[in-house]
Design a protein around this ligand. Structure first.
Ligand code: BGC
Length: 351
């Protein structure tokens, strides 16, 4: 065949492929299941996913499950009944959706675990998240720097508030931070007056601010009421940090501690600017949403799906191929560049 003819034909094939992808995408429905509207980030995640999927030509069914696993299960079953071609799920409890995942598998519907891994099932096709272990190491390293633990002997008083035991991420955040801090604990530079260090002791069911607050109040009244300073409070995320900050405001008058967080929620970013929280790990939800929309497109067009980790995320049944985005720290010095210049927030939102 003449070269020109080949070029013409391949052009036609390419054009018709493009058209069929567009037509294909247009007819497809994507079910997006988010855990709750209570925390800022899931509202953002949901909104970003909806906007980007719609823009890419998909029909979207977006649901939030009020932090109730039974509601989430039913919502996902309904999405399957409504003809979803792909499901994107951020689980309230990683272990509680088996029935819906089985139903998805029966209907050959690919499932993407969004931010939180779906556990104990082989019906999970892909996982997209931020590197959860790294979130913890970023927090730990921030503490090492802030207290200059390489050069100072301390001892500095540390307390720990971790996340929800039902969320597979929470253990990674905790472990990432503890792996950085443990050598300093072993060297006696960091001490934990409450003695509460094991994950089960420091966890916060459902990541609830109130729960983190009341545990912090108990710790402050039991171990710090005599004027002992708390130098650093490792908090796995912003909703728990907020509870600790509220507890400190009413129950503590010593030197204000270094406090970590995660998500750069608006309230916490305001607290960072006001000096009431030292840092927060910034996980740009726009980046995660774009990655997942790309994955959806690759799955539906039968292309190879982008992953960058095929070893870490064992859900108890299979190792789920994952795409890990990169988290970075934000603090009072760099928040403008990260959060405002990038268009994540407007200056007004942080007033
Ligand atoms: C997310 C965090 C969030 C936490 C509470 C975790 O699974 O990765 O970004 O702070 O849930 O919603």
């Amino acid at each position: 065949m003449k070269k020109a003819m080949v070029a013409l034909l391949s052009g036609v094939v390419a054009a018709s492929m493009l058209m069929s992808t567009a037509v294909f995408a247009e007819g497809e429905k994507v079910g997006v299941s988010m855990p709750t509207k209570d925390l800022q980030r899931w509202n953002q995640d949901g909104a970003n996913m909806e906007a980007e999927l719609t823009e890419a030509g998909y029909e979207v069914e977006l649901q939030f499950a009020s932090n109730d696993p039974a509601t989430q299960l039913n919502q996902i079953k309904t999405m399957i009944g409504n003809g979803a071609s792909v499901l994107v799920i951020s689980a309230i409890e990683g272990d509680s959706l088996g029935e819906a995942l089985d139903l998805a598998a029966e209907n050959e519907i690919p499932v993407i675990a969004y931010d939180r891994l779906l556990m104990s099932s082989d019906a999970v096709s892909y996982y997209a998240t931020f590197d959860n272990y790294k979130v913890g190491t970023v927090q730990g390293e921030y503490i090492v720097e802030a207290l200059d633990l390489e050069n100072q002997d301390g001892p500095f008083n540390l307390e720990i508030t971790a996340g929800d035991p039902g969320d597979n991420n929470a253990g990674y955040f905790y472990q990432g931070a503890m792996d950085v801090l443990q050598p300093y604990i072993d060297a006696g530079k960091l001490v934990i007056p409450s003695g509460q260090t094991a994950f089960e002791e420091v966890a916060t069911p459902q990541w609830k601010t109130d729960t983190a607050q009341s545990r912090a109040e108990n710790i402050l009244s039991s171990f710090y009421a005599d004027g002992t300073n708390v130098d650093v409070w490792l908090c796995s995320n912003d909703s728990t940090a907020l509870g600790v900050e509220t507890a400190l405001a009413a129950n503590y008058s010593g030197t204000y501690p270094v406090i970590t967080g995660q998500d750069c929620d608006i309230e916490n970013t305001k607290n960072m600017i006001a000096g009431k929280q030292s840092m927060s790990v910034f996980k740009d939800t726009r980046t995660l949403a774009s990655q997942v929309v790309k994955m959806v497109g690759q799955i539906l067009s039968g292309e190879e799906v982008d992953v960058n980790d095929t070893e870490t995320y064992d859900n108890g049944v299979i190792v789920v191929p994952s795409y890990l985005c990169d988290p970075v720290f934000a603090d009072a010095n760099n928040y403008k560049e990260l959060l405002i210049d990038s268009g994540y927030y407007t200056e007004d939102q942080l007033q």
